[in-house]
Design a protein around this ligand. Sequence first.
Ligand SMILES: O=P(O)(O)OC[C@H]1O[C@](O)(CO)[C@@H](O)[C@@H]1O
Length: 359
Amino acid sequence: MLDYFDYLKPTIGSFALYTYEHRIPKIVADVIANNQISAEIETRLVELKNALTIRVSSQLPTSGNPYWHPFLEEYDGEELQSVPFLLGEIYWYKLLYEVVSQEVSDPFQQIKESDLKGNMDFVSDCLSRDWSLNDLIYLCVEGNSADLSQMNGSAHGKSLSYILDHSNLLVDELNRVSKVEVLCDNAGIELFTDLMLVANLLDSGLVEKVVLHLKAQPIFVSDATRKDFNFLMKQLTNTMLGRSFENWIEQGKVELQTSTFWHAPTFFREVPSEVLQPNPETILISKGDANYRRFFEDRAFPPSSTFDVPLAYRAVYAFRTLKSELQTGLDPERTAELNTAFGKSWMTDGTHAVIQKLS
Ligand SMILES: O=P(O)(O)OC[C@H]1O[C@](O)(CO)[C@@H](O)[C@@H]1O
């Protein structure tokens, strides 16, 4: 039972505190450096650097997004340091978005686009190779290292150590379904690797349809929006991959969905049927760290813990490089080995990964 465990919060020595004290000021500085904004907006952005002193306000403009209401009711007036970390982070990104949105539609657009442009050699190299399905699964997880919210920016291509690897199970289960849904994570290189995997699934006839879930608004710096998808497609003009996706979208074999649920402070137990429609003919692939945190509610439990993921898909798989202090389903002996070798850093430094069957 998840409820049995406390939420992760920015306590001394925690990754949450490091995020609020170091990562967030860096994100603000990057947004200022990469956007043409007025002095007034810049001043308001600088105020957001002191994230821990910010208080939740139920007056936050929610632009008609109903998924904000339970959070605002519950935490109105509280400082971010006493709010569960994931929800507090989402609140902070919303404040950032509200501040800049009068002048800029996506504060991270420039950062995301220049990262992709700077990595087009990697894209060309990937497009020129033959890939097995298994290798594409690994590529797709490695794509999740390309997270621009981390201090070191895009880091795809570094080799990952897999602490759980259920990829063979996934390949086996892919033979038994007709549809795959992907909860996409980062734009640019990660989204490109997602498309590479999806293309293999459709080209091989393994599945008939794929739904890609994108963000309706910018969040967590590099999370992929519809606009980011279009930008990637533009870079893929005149490639086989680009043409295939144009056709599949036209034929309805690839569907792009966005929902405001993904940038509201919500957990998966609240996901409504207008956002996800689980069914036993479909596999859900959840990309990235933030989605993993949303499944397990950012709570402090031992890494050997297991919890039900109450979504009635044929199966749910997480493709994730670890960037936060939670993990499930790990053998206690393996956990002890990792702690001995790396201290706590294996959980947050993006060097370890899982391909994990969650249900
Ligand atoms: O792009 P990903 O893999 O979801 O990672 C972003 C997430 O990781 C973190 O950087 C650390 O948890 C968060 O700030 C955010 O949840």
